[in-house]
Write a protein that binds this ligand. Structure first.
Ligand code: HEM
Ligand SMILES: Cc1cc2nc3c(=O)[nH]c(=O)nc-3n(C[C@H](O)[C@H](O)[C@H](O)COP(=O)(O)O)c2cc1C
Length: 491
């Protein structure tokens, strides 16, 4: 039996043990391969890391990734020493329950209200992770301001008593033109994490696309969907699989795709805007402060490399940095004939290329402003396609996300030609503290807003929404000057 004293004596990079859920692990050889960074583990060297580990890792992670001989067994407290007791995730550490700080769900009126409620109860680290964006925040801010550059053109004196909001989304007949976008680490907001999203998606018959880094394992999410469907005696809801190609690209991706197939996920969403991780300064500042406070010595991580041919890890490279268009061939082979959609497309040129490569759809996104700074919003890219290659809307399915908070935001994107809209942060905020009921309330609010606006616009079916219902003059002022490329035959 290992004692807490034993664990405390392995508190360095050279020999690093941690306690998780009452068991000790030797993670010395693993530290430098940890996808969340070496320092994240080093901060807990020799201590109980449960509170840090538990909300961000799916069940079974240690069994899957840490060799059996590094599992040191149960820990016995032997010396009355401090062990860094885990804190509960249902409070933010000050002893007050989340319920007593948050307004009742019935009081919340729009998706921004969920953000305010989440901020009240999320631990600082989680709030920063959910809300942060890259560099100057330009892409993030651009996502919201783009909506104010498109106004609506309503028609009147039409019978709008009945409206239909149904849309086909990546082969699934959804009751609303929206889906839950992939966002990692939902357990930071609620102990049930992504289960809340899958349950709500099933109840409202919309798709949920969990992240590769879902904090609840994909097997459990698939079982959750089945259980929901069985209890309701229907087949409502659907799960899509978001794929980050791992560092070891093909081998890692093939394993994930095989898992997605085994679990019968119905579409493959390949994220293509993450060759490296964006510079999210709030996250980096917070982690650097923790490192400093726990005595970890600062080391510059990405000095310019004098020789680009040297085989070194790519700075900020958390996933494969070598994924290319040609890789879509083996991805298609492994996935089979089901829908493949490329997430993170931002230009009309790449939509043209995608249409040639046999994928079913593109998903215009700047990752919620978390990757490239000064990237276009998805409304900008939709309009770019409208102006330069409108025929693409008939050739390939086009999905969007980024900054959608209102029913009218969704309607504007549908008018410009999007098939459906994904939302990331709003659903993470809605599960925070409230769990599944919060996500259900968020979907209801959005559905109400879409329906109400459609009626006020004289529209009874989302399929009727087209360019005649929007004034895009202001957004057109911001279109890139691509006419020269076209004249040169490059577009
Ligand atoms: C042994 C103790 C471990 C601790 C204390 C730990 C802690 C953490 C923390 C705190 C994060 C969030 C990263 C952040 O704050 O930026 C994280 C992320 C992550 N960890 Fe661990 N981890 C451990 C072991 C593992 C193991 C065994 C795996 C298996 C591969 C793993 C895989 C990951 C992954 C995939 C992420 C997500 C990275 C991202 O979304 O950017 N971790 N870990
Ligand atoms: C906390 C968080 C985690 C995310 N994790 C992922 C991810 O694992 N994979 C991915 O493709 N996109 C991820 N995204 C991006 C979202 O899928 C989506 O593009 C973005 O959140 C849309 O913007 P919105 O938050 O304004 O709705 C994440 C976004 C957030 C906010």
């Amino acid at each position: 039996m290992v004692t807490t004293g034993d664990v405390r004596s392995h508190a360095s990079k050279e020999s690093c043990w941690v306690i998780i859920n009452g068991k000790a692990y030797d993670v010395t050889d693993f530290i430098d391969h940890h996808p969340g960074g070496a320092n994240t583990i080093l901060r807990h060297a020799g201590k109980d890391a449960t509170a840090e580990y538990e909300p961000v890792h799916p069940e079974g992670t240690l069994d899957k990734h840490l060799p059996k001989d590094k599992h040191l067994g149960p820990v016995e407290p032997n010396d009355g020493g401090e062990t860094d007791q885990p804190v509960s995730t249902s409070s933010n550490g000050d002893g007050k329950s989340t319920a007593s700080k948050q307004n009742p769900l019935s009081v919340l009126q729009n998706l921004d209200d969920f953000e305010k409620e989440a901020k009240k109860v999320l631990p600082e680290k989680a709030w920063i992770y959910y809300s942060s964006a890259t560099d100057t925040l330009s892409s993030h801010i651009n996502n919201r301001t783009a909506f104010s550059k498109v106004s609506l053109r309503p028609r009147v004196l039409r019978n709008v008593a009945r409206v239909s909001l149904q849309r086909d989304i990546m082969g699934f007949r959804s009751s609303l033109p929206i889906f839950i976008a992939p966002a990692a680490l939902a357990k930071l907001g609620h102990p049930d994490g992504e289960l809340c999203l899958t349950r709500a998606a099933a109840r409202y018959n919309i798709p949920h696309c969990p992240s590769t880094y879902s904090s609840i394992g994909h097997t459990n999410l698939a079982a959750c969907l089945q259980a929901e469907q069985k209890a309701a005696d229907n087949d409502r809801g659907s799960l899509f699989f978001q794929l980050y190609a791992p560092i070891n690209k093909r081998d890692g991706a093939l394993k994930l795709i095989a898992e997605a197939r085994r679990l019968k996920f119905s579409a493959l969403v390949v994220t293509v805007d993450s060759a490296v991780i964006g510079k999210r300064e709030e996250d980096e500042r917070y982690k650097a402060r923790l490192d400093h406070d726990s005595g970890i010595v600062f080391q510059a991580s990405s000095s310019p490399d004098p020789d680009p041919n040297l085989d070194r890890p790519v700075p900020r490279g958390a996933h494969s940095s070598t994924l290319e268009w040609d890789d879509l061939v083996w991805i298609r082979e492994a996935w089979g004939s089901g829908p493949i959609v490329l997430k993170g497309i931002a230009t009309v040129e790449d939509v043209v290329e995608a249409a040639k490569r046999g994928v079913n759809g593109v998903y215009l996104s700047n990752h919620g402003g978390r990757q490239l700074d000064y990237a276009p919003s998805s409304l900008h890219t939709l309009l770019e396609i409208r102006l330069f290659h409108p025929e693409l809307f008939d050739k390939i399915e086009i999905y969007v996300d980024g900054g959608f908070r209102r029913g009218t935001d969704v309607i504007k994107a549908l008018c410009l030609g999007a098939k459906a809209v994904g939302l990331g942060r709003p659903f993470m905020y809605s599960l925070t503290g409230y769990g599944t009921e919060g996500v259900c309330r968020a979907i209801e609010i959005l559905s109400d807003e879409i329906q109400t606006s459609m009626r006020l616009m004289g529209v009874t079916d989302v399929d009727q929404l087209d360019m005649s219902y929007v004034n895009t003059a202001l957004l057109e002022l911001e279109m890139p000057r691509l006419h020269n490329l076209r004249l040169q035959g490059k577009l």
